[in-house]
Design a protein around this ligand. Structure first.
Ligand code: PEP
Ligand code: MG
Length: 883
């Protein structure tokens, strides 16, 4: 158990309202967001019901001392209550003129619905009569008491709400009405009697009649709700520490449900979904706050239409708009406000920065710069990197989505629907017939590319954030969910099972790659559009960032897309992806399966012009920017078929003996291909392959240079762990490159560097930098090899690791700062010490993850490289890191 935290602040209860205010917006950590903002409104002279806030430090004390309060707290609360009594001219527990309060939680950040609230506290069998007489409205008083018993019993005494709902429903039925607000005073009074019986049955005791006992019961319940399972999981999901604690706000009740001159509502100073500068929101006449959000009655729009607040209570509406405008001006940000009108008087209950969509966030930020409210740097801070993603891909409106049938890892954003299909040839055939398909596999391999191309979305039951499906889908900008262990694929039956339900080939599902959710049926999506606002905003982003942002792109199309998204070069061109195209894969196979060096050279001669053409396209798209081309990396068996029938077909196509070919294929088998004959190990044992690739790169560079393209090739060797590997390959690369240039009679600068993706390379980076012009961290492999977690198998246990708190997050998604990150830092420092001009970047999937980008900024890298669609996200993340 942690050592008890010392109470450091002398004051534990902060009062506000009625001309007195102890706190303010600056005390958010102590008073929570709600308490600090109410205090701030009071300071601004905006009408708020008076109240007091018990600080978050008291919460921590309570947690560390088994529910005990610090000495003196009771006196401070008593003083708070007497302030409230003076301010309202009512008395707590008074039979004639009772003070009623709300007791609400309030952490430093909003945690909607995660913690508890009690309203109408102070009512008992006596005070309810005083309230009825004062309000000249017995129905209102009994309804308030009924609600209070239900809420208090649920939150404080642990009697589930459903027990009260049952008798409430019965009472409606008996009265022949369809809604609670149609129950009369007598029915409500009778209901209160029944409620009290429920409490007695459930707890063995009576509902507390002493308002002070009620108050302390509610305060304790709010503190305890900080550690409720749902609050804990919300904190974990958002990375909020438990040490923050919640404050408790005790505030005089104001009533929106005392009659037709009363109302309550929530509103936004600008539209939180589009960003349009327009006051909007919902309200209800003669209702309590919870009615507006609970969905029992349909709320009305505040601004538009004959039933709007603007039409029904025009003077109060104008006052509300005026207050809202002052709050927005004061906070210089869109506000989400709650208000109540009690007998023709406006009260503000809450204000906070509004949660908004990515589209709204950007539009509001840009508009506010134009209005002179904020500067460009503030505008940049107002849009989260992940929100930029929403602008580039179709999205699903979370509020309208049904319960998902499964959830996996959010591998590539966007949302798309289609008919499920489990085999590549079926996917291709169905797509040819005009169907929109979703390719579902246990995992994908390079052979599935054609199916992936025609699919609108990709779903796999295994594999992680750096699995084949994830990488390829991200590169294609295609929506993808991987590692979705909630589904079970049955290839033979052409079906999948998700949470007990079977889905056959052809049934429709919707995949949301931004969240990892999978839905049955077609869920409507909203298309993203890029506007002029986007360009302006991104211009400001680029003005503040230091890190350059490149893209991982393998084809001319990807390279052009990358430029459109603002990539400043290519950080990783994986040449092997070029090998899989239909017109060349058999030549690649001939090359791999060749019996002699001559046969291999002959095949390579066929492949060379195809690779050269690809490089020409990529170089042209990247005119003026560097292009890092990586030499062949994956183990060779990935390129050859495994099934006997496929081997036989290949033998027929290339005129080889099937038995010999089969034996050759088997000889390529490896037990641990990821740790096997791949990367520079291939370049050393089959130098002809790398020689061909270097020639193709340099011939392409020469060709585009002749057309006036400003070309900067960077030749990159994968999987280096030893200085000797790189120095030997470097000699070869320079020999071939220089010979190609000499043959063309051209001088052209190029560089030779390495990936740092084997831990040994990071540990000996100083030596390796002596023979390397640049480093590019391949953090997919570096993470795999540092943890010893297979990239493809880790999702099986990583989910449990994260849920159990063994790891804070998936290390293939966000860089492991302490382990892998430490290697990155060490290698950067030692590499630069050995070669001050060393250029350093990252091309693993972490290059598009905002938290990892921030880390790389801190380490001092020159650039990050990520898939084209992530480029704008990385630009914003880099700007945030610089701010
Ligand atoms: C890496 O390992 O981080 C990398 C970029 O290479 P690949 O994912 O192709 O292994
Ligand atoms: Mg790698």
């Amino acid at each position: 158990m942690a050592t008890p935290e010392k109470i450091s602040s002398a004051q534990r209860v902060y009062s506000f309202g009625a001309g007195r205010t102890d706190g303010g917006a600056g005390l958010r950590e102590l008073l929570g967001g709600k308490g600090a903002n109410i205090a701030e409104m009071a300071r601004l002279g905006i009408p708020v019901p008076p109240g007091f806030t018990i600080t978050t430090e008291v919460c921590n004390h309570f947690m560390h001392h088994d529910g005990a309060y610090p000495d003196g707290l009771r006196d401070e609360v008593a003083a708070g209550l007497s302030f409230l009594e003076q301010a309202t001219k009512k008395r707590f527990g008074d039979r004639d003129n009772p003070l009623l309060v709300s007791v609400r939680s309030g952490a430093r950040v909003s945690m909607p619905g995660m913690m508890d609230t009690v309203l109408n506290l102070g009512l008992n069998d006596q005070t309810v009569r005083g309230l009825a007489a004062r309000a000249s409205n017995p129905r209102f008083a009994f309804d308030s008491y009924r609600r209070f018993i239900q809420m208090y019993a649920d939150v404080v005494m642990g009697v589930h709400s459903s027990r009260f709902e049952e008798v409430l429903t019965a009472s409606r039925r008996a009265a022949g009405v369809d809604a609670d607000h149609r129950l009369g005073a007598e029915a409500l009074e009778a209901l209160i009697g029944e409620y009290r019986v429920i409490v007695r049955q459930a707890t063995g005791g009576d509902f507390p009649q002493d308002p002070l006992e009620q108050l302390w019961g509610a305060v304790a319940a709010v503190f305890q709700s900080w550690n409720s399972p749902r609050a804990i999981s919300y904190r974990e999901m958002n990375g909020y520490p438990s040490s923050w604690g919640t404050a408790v706000n005790v505030q005089a009740m104001v009533f929106g449900n005392m009659g037709d001159d009363c109302a309550t509502g929530v509103a936004f100073t600008r539209d939180p979904s589009t960003g349009e500068k327009k006051f909007c929101g919902d309200y209800l006449i003669n209702a309590q706050g919870e009615d507006v959000v609970a969905g029992i009655r349909t709320p009305l729009p505040v601004s538009d239409g004959p039933d709007s607040l603007a039409a029904r209570m025009p003077a109060l509406y104008r006052e509300l708009v005026d207050v809202a405008g002052r709050l927005e001006g004061h906070y210089r940000d869109v506000q989400d406000i709650e208000f109540t009108i009690e007998s023709g008087r406006l009260w503000m209950l809450q204000t906070r920065g509004a949660k908004r969509t990515g589209r709204a966030a950007m539009r509001i930020a840009v508009d506010m710069v134009d209005e002179g409210v904020i500067d460009q740097r503030t505008a940049v801070k107002r849009v989260a990197p992940e929100q930029i993603d929403q602008l580039l891909h179709p999205t699903i409106d979370a509020a309208r989505a049904p319960v998902p049938i499964a959830k996996g890892l959010p591998a590539s954003p966007g949302a798309a629907s289609g008919k499920i299909v489990f085999a590549v040839d079926r996917a291709v055939a169905m797509a040819r017939d005009g169907a929109q398909v979703v390719l579902v596999r246990t995992e994908t391999s390079p052979e599935d590319i054609d199916g992936m191309k025609v699919a609108r979305a990709i779903l796999t039951s295994t594999g992680g954030m750096a699995s084949h499906a994830a990488l390829v889908a991200r590169g294609m900008g295609k929506c993808c969910v991987v590692g979705c262990s909630d589904i079970e694929v049955d290839y033979a039956a052409r079906s999948m099972r998700a949470r007990g339900r079977v889905f056959e080939e052809g049934e429709e599902i919707t995949v949301e790659g931004s969240t990892g959710k999978v839905y049955a049926g077609v869920i409507p999506t909203e298309q993203a559009t890029l506007e002029e606002t986007f360009e302006r905003f991104m211009g400001w982003v680029d003005g503040v960032r230091r890190l350059k942002v490149r893209a991982n792109a393998d084809t001319p199309e990807d390279a052009r897309a990358a430029r459109r998204f603002g990539a400043e070069g290519i950080g990783l061109c994986r040449t092997e992806h070029m090998f899989f195209q239909e017109d060349r894969i058999d030549w690649v196979r001939r090359m791999i399966l060749a019996e002699t060096r001559d046969e291999r050279l002959a095949a390579l001669e066929k492949i060379l012009p195809m690779q050269r053409d690809d490089f020409i396209g990529v170089f042209r798209a990247m005119d003026g920017y560097p292009v890092t081309v990586r030499l062949l990396d994956p183990p060779l068996h990935e390129f050859v078929p495994g099934e006997a029938a496929e081997i036989a077909a290949l033998a027929r196509r290339i005129g080889a003996d099937a038995a010999i070919l089969g034996a050759k294929v088997r000889s390529l088998h490896e037990f641990n291909p990821m740790l096997g004959h791949r990367g520079c190990r291939l370049g050393i044992t089959f130098p002809e392959i790398y020689e061909m690739q270097v020639r193709a790169i340099m011939e392409a560079a020469v060709a585009v240079r002749r057309d006036g393209v400003d070309v900067h090739p960077e030749i990159m060797v994968p999987l280096v762990g030893l200085r000797a590997e790189l120095s030997r390959l470097r000699v070869m690369i320079e020999r071939v490159a220089d010979a190609t240039l000499a043959g063309a009679g051209m001088k052209l600068p190029y560089t030779v560097g390495t990936m740092i993706e084997v831990p040994r390379a990071a540990l000996t980076a100083g030596e390796i930098a002596e023979v390397s012009d640049f480093f590019s961290f391949g953090t997919n492999d570096l993470t795999q090899m540092t943890f010893g977690f297979s990239r493809d198998d880790a999702p099986k246990f990583l989910r449990a690791y994260v849920e159990e708190g063994i790891l804070p997050c998936d290390p293939f998604e966000t860089i492991d700062f302490d382990g892998v990150g430490r290697l990155v830092r060490l290698a950067t420092e030692e590499g630069r010490r050995a070669r001050p001009s060393l250029k350093v970047g990252i091309c693993g999937e972490h290059g598009g993850d905002p938290a990892s980008v921030r880390f790389m900024h801190g380490v001092g890298l020159d650039y990050v490289s990520c898939s084209p669609f992530r480029v704008p996200v990385a630009r914003v993340a880099a700007a945030h890191a610089a701010l």
